[in-house]
Design a protein around this ligand. Structure first.
Ligand code: FES
Ligand code: FES
Length: 159
């Protein structure tokens, strides 16, 4: 077993893992943060997307030991301190951008990254940026609507 330590959603965590443990399993099983989903385990679906030092990564493709010292954000970290929804969550709720919700954590994490890095993307650019996230339910229309709305809300929040 190997000891691994990292910051997740602003809190410091450490735990014992087998060297082969995937980061997504460490997050879900050791930290009990079940919002990060596993849809494929093969880097295709994006359900396991988290932010690693602010950049989106697929946590099923990383070993927990590789995250030693990293600063991670999972979907649980989006909620505001007063329990209110974040911009991303509110936009997805308002636009009904989910059905079963299995893919939603990954899309929310991508939205957090996209609106903070380029809040003026076109619909086509948003679709391109989301090419690594699959949704089997919604047809993507509402998801892109929600990301555009999150962009608008984010820009407004900075004024
Ligand atoms: S579970 Fe990681 S990309 Fe699908
Ligand atoms: S809402 Fe069901 S997979 Fe996206």
């Amino acid at each position: 077993m190997v000891t691994v330590s990292m910051k997740v959603n602003g809190k410091n965590y450490s735990g014992e893992v087998e060297p082969r443990t995937l980061l997504v399993h460490f997050i879900r099983d050791n930290l009990k943060l079940k919002g990060t989903h596993i849809g494929c385990d093969t880097a295709h679906c994006g359900a396991c997307t988290i932010l690693w030092n602010g950049e989106p990564v697929k946590s099923c493709q990383i070993l927990a030991v590789q995250a030693e010292g990293a600063d991670l954000t999972t979907v649980e970290g989006l909620e505001l301190e007063d329990g209110k929804y974040s911009i991303e969550q509110e936009s997805f709720r308002e636009h009904s951008a989910m059905q079963c919700g299995y893919c939603t954590p990954g899309f929310l994490m991508m939205t957090r990254y996209l609106i903070r890095n380029n809040p003026e993307m076109t619909r086509d650019e948003i679709r391109e940026q989301l090419h690594g996230n699959y949704c089997m339910c919604t047809g993507y229309q509402q998801i892109v609507d929600a990301v555009q709305d999150a962009q608008r809300k984010f820009i407004k929040s900075r004024k």
